[in-house]
Design a protein around this ligand. Structure first.
Ligand SMILES: O=C(Nc1cc(-c2cc3c([nH]2)[C@]2(CCCNC2)CNC3=O)ccn1)c1cccc(C(F)(F)F)c1
Length: 318
């Protein structure tokens, strides 16, 4: 039900570019009547864009997912576009905010609260059979710069529905001769999101990623092998004081076998997440490590983007 009236009648588009998404550019815009700022994502109208907008609309009711305010279908220089008006997240990205705390100590309890917020978003999606499939640091934004800001997930450019046609899945209905692939795509897409949750939690706890290419090449052959074989550890001194509960939760989310990986219900039931306000207030070195690794952060982001792209392809073929 996108609007077909010109967006520019209702909003003034500023030339402030907020970022580039998978399917389109994000700029700031202002409502002409209320003078309120919003974010505008410009998508070329095609099947991919329609899916992104449809799934993002359905997710938009969640407190921890960037809300869609309006969608317009306009034509610019003969090209049909989908224009997505979203609430403007003015607090910037998750890891910029943690890095800005480099001086005052960022504690394990604050890390658990952040993980709880991200898990709420993923639970909202998975319980509606939607997999995000692009959960990574730059898609986690804060509403404001205030202390009580809310963390939200954005960019549904790779999101997809994870149909599990239960009727065929339940043994009593599955005729013994049906091939596994006939049972519809596995729900491994959801386990992409759980792996991402594990990587994001690992970085929140120490300020560097669990997997990285040694020789500075992004996704070196060795790195891919390390990811597939689950080769990572919790090196001292950064991890010395981190609770065993946090380490066990990360292990459960980074399990190399997607069918053995925790599901989002398991993560939300985990004590470290469920009772995050009882987690010890151990100071973490995340802010300082993010600051020290600032200039290599773009490579960390690129490596996560590549790992996700590989995983999406691998899991689609399962
Ligand atoms: O990005 C800002 N507001 C914002 C941004 C988005 C947004 C949507 C998407 C993205 N941002 C990205 C940008 C590139 C990185 N991935 C995410 C690509 N895909 C999207 O779908 C949504 C809502 N409000 C912003 C606004 C004002 C100030 C500030 C800052 F705090 F930085 F000053 C940021």
């Amino acid at each position: 039900q996108p609007k077909t009236t010109p967006l520019v009648d209702d909003y003034e588009i500023s030339d402030t570019v907020l970022g580039l998404g998978i399917n389109g550019k994000v700029v700031q815009c202002t409502n002409r009547r209320t003078k309120q700022n919003f974010a505008l994502k410009v998508l070329l109208d095609n099947e991919k864009a329609r899916r992104e907008v449809d799934l993002h609309w359905r997710a938009s009711g969640c407190k921890h997912i960037v809300n869609i305010i309006d969608v317009y279908e306009n034509t610019y220089s003969g090209r049909k576009c989908l224009l997505v008006v979203m609430e403007c997240m003015e607090g910037g990205e998750l890891f910029q905010r943690i890095q800005e705390k480099a001086d005052s100590s960022f504690t394990e309890r604050e890390a658990a609260h952040i993980m709880r917020e991200i898990c709420e978003a993923i639970y909202y999606l998975h319980s509606r059979d939607i997999a995000h499939r692009d959960l990574k640091p730059e898609n986690l934004l804060y509403t404001t710069k205030e202390p009580n800001a809310i963390l939200k997930l954005t960019d549904f450019g790779f999101a997809k529905e994870t149909f599990t046609n239960d009727t065929l899945q339940t043994p009593c209905y599955t005729p013994y001769y049906v091939a596994p692939e006939v049972l519809g795509p596995q729900k491994y897409d959801k386990s992409c999101d759980i792996w991402s949750l594990g990587v994001v939690m690992y970085i929140i706890m120490c300020g560097f990623p669990p997997f990285y290419s040694i020789n500075g090449l992004s996704i070196s052959p060795g790195m891919k092998k390390r990811i597939r074989s689950g080769q990572y550890d919790f090196p001292d001194p950064e991890w010395t004081n981190v609770s065993q509960a946090a380490k066990d939760l990360i292990k459960g989310m980074l399990n190399v076998d997607p069918s053995k990986r925790l599901r989002i219900e398991d993560v939300l039931r985990n004590k470290w997440i469920a009772q995050y306000d009882a987690v010890p207030q151990t100071p973490l070195c995340t802010g300082r490590m993010l600051k020290e690794g600032e200039e290599t952060w773009p490579e960390v982001q690129e490596e996560m983007t590549r790992s996700l792209a590989t995983m999406r392809v691998d899991y689609d073929q399962m």
